[in-house]
Write a protein that binds this ligand. Structure first.
Ligand code: BV8
Length: 225
């Protein structure tokens, strides 16, 4: 059975109004990565970090998927083989657009995690430091987000998808962050045809067989339909 493995980054959600990270005025221009996206930052100032994700969770809750997300959902529906979306994004716009097979390798705003027992549960819209874990009753709730220095989720399954993909598409990611930035090399090693969708070639752009320059909401429908 044919398989299309798709990696998405903040760029696919940009046209839904959600900030990217490294653009002018992007999320990392407003906050230092060390302060809001590392375990050390959380230990130092849990309220700052929890509020950073509360703001993004509220924004994501109001956001709508765009034509790029919808094109990927149509692809999954219409394609005779398997389509798997591996997203670095923590919003739920792929699911809102109708994609069924979505892997959140960097976690999800809609999920809370217990730092004491690893239990996960649906996050309230507003979290506070010391929220109680419903499984072990410890005041150890944290955003279910993979911070820098933490292991992304489901890496074994992700590498299996990359090793068996016929096509690998990377959409709206700058190719800065590992291990996601290394996925195109894995897919190429497995013999997949590789295509990148971005406003400009990413740091990994030279490794792709094909690059489609433009906004994902325009380039993806052309590719899918
Ligand atoms: C780990 C949290 C190891 C959620 C994030 C080498 C190998 C392995 C690791 C490393 C390495 N070197 C350094 C590392 C460590 C580090 C890393 O990669 N650092 C970088 C900065 C050098 N990696 C890690 O720490 C990872 N963990 O390696 O663990 C380990 C081993 C054993 C045991 C324990 C641990 C964890 C990385 C995850 C970190 N968490 N975010 C959140 O807050 O959202 S990463 C953060 O950046 C985001 O989650 C996002 O997913 C990610 C990537 O950003 P992009 O999505 O690419 O967004 P960006 O703004 O950069 O780019 C947007 C792109 O879209 C642009 O190209 C733009 O042109 C394009 N675009 C814009 N508009 C559009 C568009 N394209 C199309 N259409 C449009 N309309």
């Amino acid at each position: 059975m044919k398989k299309i493995a798709i990696l998405t980054g903040a760029g696919i959600s940009a046209e839904s109004g959600l900030g990217t990270f490294r653009a002018e005025g992007g999320l990392w221009a407003q906050h230092r990565i060390e302060d809001v996206a590392t375990p050390e930052g959380f230990a130092r100032d849990p309220r700052l970090v929890v509020n950073f994700y509360n703001a993004r969770r509220a924004q994501a809750a109001k956001a709508e998927p765009n034509e790029g997300h919808r094109a990927l959902a149509r692809l999954e529906e219409a394609f005779g083989g398997e389509v798997i979306v591996i997203t670095q994004n923590v919003d739920d716009l792929h699911e809102k657009a109708g994609s069924q097979k979505v892997m959140h390798m960097h976690g999800a705003l809609k999920s809370a995690l217990c730092a004491a027992c690893d239990h996960r549960w649906p996050a309230p819209l507003v979290m506070a430091p010391g929220d109680i874990c419903p499984a072990c009753n410890s005041p150890a709730a944290r955003p279910d987000i993979v911070w820098f220095g933490e292991m992304p989720y489901d890496m074994d399954e992700i590498f299996e998808h990359l090793a068996s993909a016929d096509v690998f598409a990377s959409i709206g990611t700058s190719g800065n962050v590992y291990p996601a930035a290394g996925f195109v090399a894995e897919a190429r090693r497995a013999g997949a045809q590789t295509v990148e969708f971005n406003l400009e070639p990413s740091l990994q752009g030279s490794q792709f067989d094909d690059i489609r320059i433009g906004s994902a909401s325009e380039t993806l429908p052309v590719w899918v339909d």
